[in-house]
Write a protein that binds this ligand. Structure first.
Ligand SMILES: C[S@@+](CC[C@H](N)C(=O)[O-])C[C@H]1O[C@@H](n2cnc3c(N)ncnc32)[C@H](O)[C@@H]1O
Length: 211
């Protein structure tokens, strides 16, 4: 009961604050400024990306957690483009095959329970020319101590941060899911504890399926 109260009334506010660390806001600006047209954002959260879209027509804001989405309402109200909320999960996207130009994921892939399924869904709905734009915190490749710590702390992190995994190798999972990268880089974000500081910034397209 206390945990339910925490999840509904406390965690959404913590999320809203933590996700506004200046270094994260800078990454949002860099990732989103060039995107034009209709966008599907998975794990829309509290709507922190809205001010950084410069040429968007309709933003499909997919967010399964109603308590989190509640905190996005004011930002949506002020948005200079249409924002349509979809209360759904990334594992089952309410879009037709090959229909979406842009999918955006900012620090969402850590929290998706079945990421393989979600990546297959993103691959299904993206047009052959479409792009998945992402920035995510990921597993350390080159620091065994921090990598071990990430593995150790992930079960606790999942409880306090709504299913968030500290130890995902997003690049590898995307390669296995049939994506190719048009841009990718790793960096350490300022103002974030070491355990979640390693970031993966990338754009990717789906590899055409062979028949
Ligand atoms: C760390 S928050 C990031 C929120 C937002 N993208 C941002 O940049 O501030 C992770 C988000 O993913 C959402 N999420 C969790 N599981 C999901 C799923 N299966 N499908 C889509 N979103 C999910 C959570 O509700 C939460 O809003």
């Amino acid at each position: 009961m206390i945990y339910k109260y925490y999840q509904q009334h406390i965690f959404p506010h913590i999320l809203n604050q933590v996700m506004q660390v200046p270094s994260l806001m800078e990454s949002r600006a860099e990732l989103l400024k060039s995107i034009q047209g209709d966008v599907l954002e998975i794990g829309f959260g509290t709507g922190l990306n809205i001010p950084f879209y410069q040429a968007v027509d309709t933003l499909y804001a997919l967010e399964p957690n109603a308590d989190v989405f509640q905190l996005a309402r004011e930002r949506i109200f002020k948005a200079p483009f249409l924002v349509q909320h979809l209360q759904a999960s990334a594992e089952k996207l309410p879009f037709a095959d090959n229909s979406v130009d842009h999918v955006v994921s900012t620090w969402t892939m850590c929290s998706i329970a079945n990421l393989d399924k979600a990546l297959a869904e993103i691959r299904r709905v993206l047009k052959p020319t479409g792009t998945l734009h992402l920035v995510e915190h990921v597993e350390y490749h080159n620091n065994d101590t921090l990598k071990k710590l990430q593995n150790l702390l992930t079960p606790i992190q999942k409880i306090i941060a709504d299913g968030c995994h500290l130890n995902r190798n997003i690049e590898l999972l995307m390669l296995n899911a049939g994506f190719k990268f048009t841009q990718k880089s790793y960096y350490d974000a300022e103002g974030i504890p070491h355990i979640g500081r390693r970031m993966f910034f990338a754009r990717a397209q789906k590899i055409a399926q062979e028949h």
